[in-house]
Design a protein around this ligand. Structure first.
Ligand code: CTP
Length: 405
């Protein structure tokens, strides 16, 4: 996701410096070449060796200035960066940069870079709300510097309030979004994810093994590419993706209601949800008691949301680009092609959910994509994040061919 990207991570002196370690891990795991610059104060909180080990690059500190100047040089480092992150960014470092002070390795390199700079501030709540700090942030924002706002919580100083460094995952997501080409900018994308639950009584339900991972990966990838993303999600344990509007539902009927109410003006609809085909005819309001040796639950058909979207009359509005998923355990190509045709889709993503590395509840997938024009492509084994990017590549290349897109 971040391969070939050179990222400078500036760490300034605050207790949250330890969280920059996790951020380094996330960035390097995603393929980025991370170069860490630590201020003198940051080294009071954490040893440079930790960052050096995780980034596999020398860490730049005030002590290393002379060596760094010979081997790399802060100007050259600044020139080659694709992104500059400062996390945690203290009130002091933000104030210095806003005032144009360049008196150490970090401030000098920030001053010299033309790469986007992302600050993740962390400080005491009173410092954060101090008009001097706020004015500095405002000035930097006006100049095009990016900020990932701190969150509320209990602070190391004992105070409660805003000032806690954003989660490393959030800063990571923001960094990836900053580095991603915005080829879905201006587009509205509706994605469904996860299973649905069809209640039998207050303690039991019918559902499936869907984790929601594929739909959430699509939502993240679309958001990073600049789309306005609406994620309608069945029950999952996943964290809300950064910058995405999430609507949670439980049953297929609820999902249908939410999709139909919000599909207006959508450019793309991706239905990754594993919707239960049937629901109990009656939901018992009290727990069903055990009786006899067998029990029968009468089921009735749920609405097929995707079919409805395929057949709907959109009036004068262009029909959204429709992407469906086909979860199969046999006759993959045949079943997927049938669903593509019957649900009137533009693309169907078919995966064999009987395979251990594909489909429900795993981080990888093996998908075959079938297109409306009869062509297809085999994506092979890849992570759900990578597959999400590939699916969106195909959507974008076809979307631009459609009238009204
Ligand atoms: N889908 C839907 N509403 C349903 C069932 C499925 O919108 N009630 C959508 C899914 O989100 C998916 C596609 O239709 O994008 C195919 O879902 P899948 O479960 O593979 O197939 P079904 O159409 O349910 O057919 P079958 O269960 O017979 O394979």
């Amino acid at each position: 996701m971040l391969s070939n990207k050179k990222i400078i991570l500036g760490v300034s002196g605050g207790i949250a410096a330890y969280k920059a370690v996790e951020l380094t891990r996330l960035l390097t795991k995603a393929g980025a070449d991370v170069h860490v610059i630590m201020t003198h104060a940051a080294q009071e909180f954490i040893a440079p060796l930790t960052f050096q080990t995780l980034s596999a690059n020398p860490v730049h500190t005030a002590l290393f200035d002379l060596i760094a100047e010979q081997e790399i040089g802060h100007i050259s480092l600044a020139d080659r960066a694709d992104l500059f992150i400062i996390a945690p960014a203290t009130a002091n470092i933000i104030g210095k940069i806003a005032a144009g002070i360049a008196d150490d390795m970090l401030t000098t390199t920030v001053m010299a870079t033309k790469a986007p700079v992302l600050f993740a501030p962390a400080m005491n709540v009173n410092m954060y709300t101090n008009p001097i700090y706020q004015e500095n942030e405002e000035k930097l924002r006006r100049l095009g510097y990016l900020f990932e706002a701190p969150v509320s919580g209990s602070l190391a100083c004992g105070w409660e309030g805003e000032g806690k460094l954003a989660a490393p995952e959030t800063i990571f997501d923001c960094a990836v979004a900053t580095l991603t080409k915005k080829d879905l900018s201006g587009k509205k994308v509706l994605i469904t994810a996860g299973p649905t639950r069809e209640e039998i009584d207050p303690v039991r339900y019918i559902s499936n093994y869907s984790s929601g991972k594929m739909g959430y990966a699509l939502a993240r990838a679309a958001q990073r590419r600049g789309a306005q993303v609406l994620l309608i999600s069945g029950p999952t344990s996943l964290a809300k993706p950064y910058g995405v509007t999430v609507v949670t539902v439980t049953s297929a009927n609820e999902m249908q209601r939410e999709v139909m109410a919000r599909v207006d003006a959508c450019d793309v609809v991706i239905k990754a949800a594993a919707v239960a085909d049937y629901r109990p005819e009656l939901r018992n309001s009290t727990k069903i008691k055990k009786k006899g040796d067998s029990a029968i639950i009468s089921l009735v058909k749920n609405p097929d949301i995707l079919s409805e979207l395929g057949k709907m009359d959109y009036g004068s509005r262009p029909r959204p680009f429709l992407v469906g998923f086909a979860a199969e355990t046999d006759a993959l190509a045949e079943n997927a092609a049938k669903k593509l045709f019957e649900k009137r889709l533009d693309i169907i993503v078919a995966n064999d959910v009987s395979k251990a590395d594909a489909g429900f509840n795993v981080d990888t997938n093996r998908a075959l994509l079938f297109f409306k024009d009869g062509s297809s492509t085999d994506c092979g084994l890849m992570s759900k994040d990578q597959l999400a990017v590939t699916i969106l590549d195909h959507v974008i290349s076809r979307l631009t061919e459609q009238p009204g897109a």
